[in-house]
Write a protein that binds this ligand. Sequence first.
Ligand code: UDP
Ligand code: MG
Length: 334
Amino acid sequence: MPLSPVLTVVVPMYDEQEVLPLFVERLRPLAESWGVPYEVLCVDDGSTDATPVLLQRLRREWPQLRVVRLRANSGHQAAISAGLSLARGDYVVTIDADLQDPPETIGEMLRVARAEGVDVVYGVREDRSSDTAFKRLTARAFYRSIRALSDVDARVDAGDFRLMSRATVEAVNALPESNRVLRLVVPALGFPSASVGYRRAPRAAGESKYPLTKMIRLSVDAVTGFSIAPLRFATWLGLLGGLAALVVLVYALVAMLLGNTLPGWTSTVVIVAAVGAVQLLALGILGEYVGRTYSALQARPAYFVAHDSLEQDAARGDEERPLPRPAASGQTRT
Ligand code: UDP
Ligand code: MG
């Protein structure tokens, strides 16, 4: 019976047959040098190439390699979520399979987490020069707008390469929402954190599994998951419309008084402008309530308990420190 792992490395994989052998070749010697029991949990996200076959073959030679296969391609974030819920380690690192995130950094993350006693260690991309200009531009727009729209203090350029403590992983697992954007969910928890910088390398082999459509879906999940700002849009339009209607009203009245209008024009214009404004405003108010219902439905816990002295006492043993006994009610005072 192998020791239960201290570190779990979660690796989402979708059609990664080209890069998988390179990844394992580079990760394994590093893993042996961490000096702790570990497991490498590969989440095969419904690959249709040779990835599952390769994984089964590799598993025979590497007992610490654990393979979980999802029934259908569910996406990067879902694959990581699956890995998080099955990981057994006291610490969990999530890393891409394509060697863009250097596995060498994992050891450093573990060291930082233990030395500083933090719950999360973010891998922060210090150099993205290996990414395409388009990727860098869209990524920048993504992080900027998320920071502006939501009140999550997500670190700029911290992707999904990070280490999390058991407490963090349990907290994430407890969230009821299914389309989690982990790079926002984790900082939103606000647990003590540190970060280590790394250079983002080019993909070692194969092609990106993140076409524009998936990038857009991630952004929509991020915005709608963390902000009801889009719903407020109608309110602002309504208020603007209301102002415009007032201006139109004044203009129409002046035009009527000056006598250069057709009969009926003034009332028509004013009604159209006013009704439009009122409708938008009503829509905005509706949106506000829909937004609140949505937040309630997400049911994000408001807090996570770090310590409970009662549990610590219980762990120390009851006979050592007996609970103070209330005086028996029948006792007589002499
Ligand atoms: N991935 C996944 N499911 C998907 C798409 C991607 O598990 O539907 C994995 C992929 O195998 C890789 C990681 O997510 O390990 C990041 O994907 P990729 O490198 O293609 O994204 P990029 O770096 O181009 O943004
Ligand atoms: Mg990649």
